[in-house]
Ligand binder design. Structure first.
Ligand SMILES: Nc1ncnc2c1ncn2[C@@H]1O[C@H](COP(=O)(O)OP(=O)(O)OP(=O)(O)O)[C@@H](O)[C@H]1O
Ligand SMILES: [Mg+2]
Length: 237
């Protein structure tokens, strides 16, 4: 679905991504793990064309997207839940969701997507007329995910969806990611919460200082189980 091949990105003179190659396969959940400052958000920004890579190729379903405008990349079927949620705080839940579906012209599809989102997130249904900025952190995260899904994306990019949430809400969010994926959406999940992310992922990449240092596919042939084991060992001591 999404392939990055030897992508490098800089902010001015500062190199942030170095030769990043990554493949989010169709129908799968792929996670990109890494600590603060590793370059995870920069990877998302590069995919979306918010920052331009210095070199490398990015393809979506075989079509090159690097260099395209962000709006065109989104139209091609990519949706994002950005870091820090960024819902529209002064608008209601319902208005936020409508904006998520604003590229869809067919009113019936918008209505059916709204219904799907209210089924997936009953809490949003209860609160559809609430001003989004007054909702709890977890509710805002659910809204951010639902808003992204309103556009029927092929590929959903999630930038640290569990950040700052209580364990019970993290479980809820991860259950929903699994459900969304089972219904056919390909997911690229960015996380610092390695255990949770690995537990639901089909493939994993570990990023350090802008480089992929481990991956569950490719030449090294490390399996996702080995990556999971490495993390468990690290945790154990
Ligand atoms: N606009 C910018 N200008 C200059 N440097 C930047 C800019 N945005 C990010 N950086 C730097 O790039 C590096 C990678 O940042 P990035 O936000 O991609 O990390 P991250 O892996 O998402 O970290 P976190 O887990 O903390 O969100 C950091 O050293 C950061 O300071
Ligand atoms: Mg980040």
């Amino acid at each position: 679905m999404l392939k990055l091949e030897a992508v490098s990105t800089s902010y001015g003179p500062i190199k942030v991504l170095r030769n990043v190659s990554l493949h989010a396969k169709k129908g799968e959940i792929t996670c990109l793990l890494g600590s603060n400052g590793a370059g995870k958000t920069t990877t998302i920004k590069t995919i979306l064309g918010l920052v331009k890579p210095n070199s490398g190729i990015i393809t979506l379903e075989g079509r090159q997207i690097q260099g395209l405008k962000t709006a065109d990349i989104i139209k091609a079927g990519v949706a994002v839940v950005p870091e820090g949620r960024r819902i529209f705080p002064k608008m209601t839940v319902y208005e936020n969701l409508l904006l998520g579906g604003s590229l869809i012209k067919d009113k019936n599809i918008i209505q059916s997507n709204l219904k799907k989102m209210y089924d997936l997130f009953p809490r949003l249904a209860e609160r559809k007329n609430q001003i989004a900025g007054t909702m709890s952190g977890g509710e805002q995260q659910m809204l951010a995910i639902a808003r992204a899904l309103m556009s029927n994306p092929k590929l959903l990019l999630l930038d640290e969806p569990s950040l700052g949430l209580a364990p019970i809400l993290i479980k809820e969010i991860f259950d929903i990611i699994v459900q969304i994926n089972k219904e056919g959406t390909t997911v690229l999940l960015i996380e610092q919460n390695a255990f949770k992310a690995l537990s639901i992922s089909h493939a994993a990449y570990i990023m350090q200082k802008g480089e992929i240092v481990q991956q569950s596919t490719g030449q090294e042939g490390i399996s996702i189980e080995e990556i999971k084991a490495a993390y468990l060992k690290k945790q154990a001591g």
